[in-house]
Design a binder for this molecule. Structure first.
Ligand code: GBH
Length: 482
């Protein structure tokens, strides 16, 4: 039996580059994803975000759909390249789009939950070094200020970054994400500069009156294959460090942990100096109090320090199902040797293990390990499956019935993870909300349109939206909890 505290917030999430399309309209210029998508082999089938699901032009209908499903909140991101395209000026038409979105949401009784950065750096800033350049952190603060000034009168919940792990280590070390660089030093610099950008933006938005500020991290339990094997334990320590603690500790404790400073000393993470990566005062800027921490969780990693004997995920050449086709390296700087053997669990279409108990463990652990932990929101959780469209009630005269998607696996994934959140709350975790990823099928980064996470199907020829069974099941969960 699941139960949730009064006021528990139910929503769903998307990101600008994955849904908007209109990639070069009304003054928007290229983001690093628009540029990356044009590199041969970077994205499965060469798919681009040019049109995506055309949300930019279909926004009012999409909000109406959210209302129909009973969503209480909608988590979306603003596109930096739409608002401060070359960073030299503000594009009013870009701000106007988000202003209309916010008004539409409020009119429908849906709480806007805004994220400033979901991976789509303006390409103009990448050309100046991107996140490896310290100056980008200051440019992020300026962009945050412009968005706040336009929307701060109506939007109460502000998230700085979505999953800095991905936009630093996947973008600058592994190369599987934009900008596709494979430079460990740049990746470590990107981690620190995103932290700094977060802190600078939090300080500025606070000055301007923001009251609910947070960040969203993708957190992943690193489970040692054999907990009595020191080689596996060391591998798990390193993966926990790079997936979780290199983000949590600066934000919540104001320091990089000693083991991480030692592992990454060659990149300058172990010293504070006027000219180095970490400068005097940086950690104070980074570690400001927050009102919430967003947790994105999809799967655990089982981790080993031994090479795989066969049958493991690495044998497919695609350890985590993130590769779209081009040669990529490990995102785990100085831990590239680590392997990720699969356990005997069901897999999603991404090749990710389904293990809801991992979410419960993670949410409980955070409260135990971080005394200053703010309230938690699960800001993403969901699953990709190869959906089958059926035509229910086809008539004898041969006319096709209504389209339906009976996605039992996604429905059960969501139900089990919602139950895991309820269990975590019963164990003492302070979780205040849950956002399913994703409202709509959309542009799944390096996988292009090849993986579907939506609770609403999008036909990529007609762009018609059809709620899947999981959307109706999720609506029922919300109605029952409320
Ligand atoms: C989220 O990230 C994103 O926020 C969202 O935009 C996306 O559509 C959604 O999930 C579905 O993918 O480092 O090689 O071990 C996904 C979080 C983090 C999950 C990295 C896979 C392992 C890759 N991902 N993780 S690796």
């Amino acid at each position: 039996m699941t139960s949730f505290p009064p006021g528990f917030l139910w929503g769903s999430a998307t990101a600008a580059a994955q849904i908007e399309g209109a990639a070069f309209e009304d003054g928007k210029e290229a983001s690093i994803w628009d540029a990356f998508a044009r590199i041969p082999g970077a994205i499965l089938n060469g798919d681009t975000p040019d049109v995506a699901v055309d949300h930019y032009h279909r926004m009012p209908a999409d909000v109406a759909l959210m209302k129909e499903l009973g969503l209480q909140s909608y988590r979306f991101s603003t596109s930096w390249a739409r608002i401060r395209p070359g960073d030299a000026y503000t594009n009013q038409a870009g701000l106007d789009f988000y202003s209309r979105l916010v008004d539409e949401l409020l009119g429908a009784g849906i709480l806007p939950w805004l994220t400033l950065y979901h991976w789509d750096l303006p390409q103009a800033l990448e050309e100046k070094g991107g996140w490896a350049n310290r100056d980008t952190a200051y440019r992020f603060r300026d962009y945050a200020e412009v968005v706040y000034e336009a929307l701060g009168d109506r939007v109460q919940h502000w998230t700085t970054f979505n999953e800095p792990f991905c936009s630093s280590l996947l973008g600058y070390a592994s190369g599987v994400h934009a900008p596709g660089r494979q430079e460990p030093a740049a990746a470590v610099a990107a981690v620190h500069h995103q932290h700094l950008g977060h802190g600078l933006a939090v300080a500025r938005l606070r000055e301007l009156g923001a009251q609910n500020l947070g960040i969203t991290l993708n957190l992943t339990n690193a489970v040692p294959r054999d907990p009595s094997d020191p080689v596996d334990l060391e591998a798990a320590r390193r993966i926990d460090a790079l997936n979780n603690r290199i983000f949590l500790d600066p934000l919540l404790r104001g320091e990089y942990p000693a083991d991480i400073r030692a592992d990454l000393a060659e990149f300058g993470l172990d010293t504070v100096s006027e000219t180095g990566l970490v400068r005097p005062g940086d950690l104070e800027i980074i570690a400001q109090p927050l009102e919430f921490l967003g947790v994105n969780h999809y799967h655990d990693d089982q981790v080993s320090g031994h090479s795989l004997g066969g049958g493991g995920a690495d044998d497919a050449g695609d350890p985590h199902g993130v590769k779209g086709g081009r040669a990529v390296s490990s995102p785990f700087v100085n831990a590239e040797y680590v392997t990720f053997p699969l356990r005997d669990l069901p897999l999603t279409a991404m090749g990710w293990e389904v293990h809801p108990a991992g979410l419960r463990t993670l949410l409980v652990r955070l409260g135990q390990e971080y005394p200053t932990l703010p309230p938690l929101y699960v800001t993403e959780n969901g699953a990709a499956y190869d959906d089958v469209v059926s035509h229910d009630g086809a008539a004898a005269d041969g006319s096709e019935g209504a389209e339906a998607v009976h996605d039992e696996l996604r429905t059960s994934y969501i139900e089990q993870h919602v139950a895991a959140v309820s269990d975590a709350i019963a164990d003492g975790a302070d979780v205040r909300g849950y956002f399913v990823w994703s409202l709509l099928d959309n542009y799944e980064w390096a996988w292009g349109y090849g993986k579907r996470f939506g609770i609403v199907r999008v036909d990529y020829d007609t762009l018609v939206r059809t709620p899947k069974d999981s959307a109706h099941a999720y609506a029922a969960i919300i109605a029952a909890a409320g």
